[in-house]
Design a protein. Sequence first.
Length: 412
Amino acid sequence: MPPPVPSPTPAPGAPRVRERGDACPGALRLHAADDGNLARLRLPAGRLTARQVEVLADAAEALGDGRISVTSRGNAELRGLADGCGAELAPLLAEAGLLPSPTHERVRNIVASPASGLDGLGAADVQLWARELDERLCAAPWAAGLSGRFLFVLDDGRGDVTGLGGDVTLVAVDPRTAHLHMGGRAVRVAAADAPRAALAAARAFLSAARAAGTGAWRVRELPEGHGADARDVRDIRDVREALAAEEVPDPAPPQGPPPAPGPLGPAALHVLAPLGRLTAAQLRALLPADEVRLTPWRGAVVAGTDPARLPALEAHGLITRPDSPWAGVSACTGRPGCAKSLADVRADAVPGRPGLPVHYSGCERRCGHPHGDWVDVLAAPGGGYLVDGAPVPRTGLAPAVTTARTAPRTTR
């Protein structure tokens, strides 16, 4: 079956019209890549139980290429899957609780501050919001109509995930209050009702998308005159009247830094996956733990473990120190897994000295690039790369990337 034809890019000022549903892969809808099939598992707040860690590692070894890719939303991808393996993969995931709703598995896109509740920072434990929101999302039949790209972001007030481009963003203000952001507006909600309000906002988006008739996948794609914003939660019947009575200024808190690799309080730690990929052995090495939370920075927060384990995890090849030159370095799949890529970007990647995040892309789609300020290393036709737009031969990547990562932002 030929791949779906993408919708044409709209003219400047014209609304984008989506003539088909999104083609995002899922755990049940696999994507055919050059290195085999790909399955993407939505993990709300990146959360994995110890049992789920084992199942995911086993599935990667038995059915895939033995690795787990961590996405920029803290989800997990299995690559190199054989044709027909879906019949074996789905029961494994379902038995481990990784497929609570087959009809909703692609819409469980929930990012939450990964260290919330572990390090004493933040105004509320938004990991609890994530679990409630996921339960409500899976229980709402209409929510299956969201696209696989619609994103909920839950920030505990530290600002680490506010800049990740959420369609609906909740920010904890204090233990009893949150701000809900959508469509350039924000309203104050009770913290206890925050997950319900986030779901109501998503429902308001779907109503606006149907009225617009453009097939919008994201809030920002709604055409002028058909927008949805945070105030619309007041029009949803299953939200109490007092839930969102007060509009507040929209700007979310300034984006803060992600947690650095290393200890997170007395019983948790944070590590990064080299170039965003974990071997099955590296994933298992995170255990024992109460739970593992994959992060949007392509790492893992390990809760309920002794930070003294960090040297042992470094021996497994994981990034455990903030001064590691590989901290913040990511790459798309590249060759040979992606037919569109112009280079084997993972083999070519060099870290430079620590500084700004850097992302290696095999083509202009720049799949999986970070948010905020980052160094753009793009494969160029005929060999070589563009580092923030400047041509650089492959052999000159290390000094060019070091300069780009460490130069003052105003000179870049």
